[in-house]
Design a protein around this ligand. Sequence first.
Ligand SMILES: [Zn+2]
Length: 198
Amino acid sequence: MTAVITPRDEAAVATGNGYRYDQTVEIAGRIVRARIERQHYHSYSLAVVDMINDANSWTRIVEDLACQWWDATPAPRKDLDAAAVLGPVADQLLRRAAAILAPTPTPPALSDHVLDAVSALLATTYRYDGEHRLTPDDMAWATTHGGRLHIIEHADCSVTFTKAHRDECPFITSSGTQDCDDECDVEDPTDAQRRRGQ
Ligand SMILES: [Zn+2]
């Protein structure tokens, strides 16, 4: 997974001795800057990506050896378009930075209490030894019919699983302390089918 790269600013300069291209972007909420400097000698050239850290200074996150791109770039000239020549080098480095900075997706954890409730849901729907495998089709059907799944843990330790309310329903927004305002109108799929004349 790679984080989105949002351009913020860029600057390019070229002289007879060297040219440079800076690109500042935002990645995963961080300000990140690629700096590519092409000098006459590759030992003086650099391609780096730095990120503003929590102490408001720069932390280096990617560094490329000049030999990877130096040979493929022209010798310094005052009238050279540094952004056009070094832009692709910066883009490649920023893509590496985005891969490093991409947040690791963590699945939402269910509490033991909610898992106990899932166990009870299975046991009361089927049997104490209930087992039911849900296919991707089952899940796709469920997400397109009825309300969104809400799980409400009540103060008395009971748990409600419901697809019967719209998201703005007071029962949902108050986490079950207020009653439904009876404006939840979740259409029965068989009625919907009939309405469409199927
Ligand atoms: Zn409701």
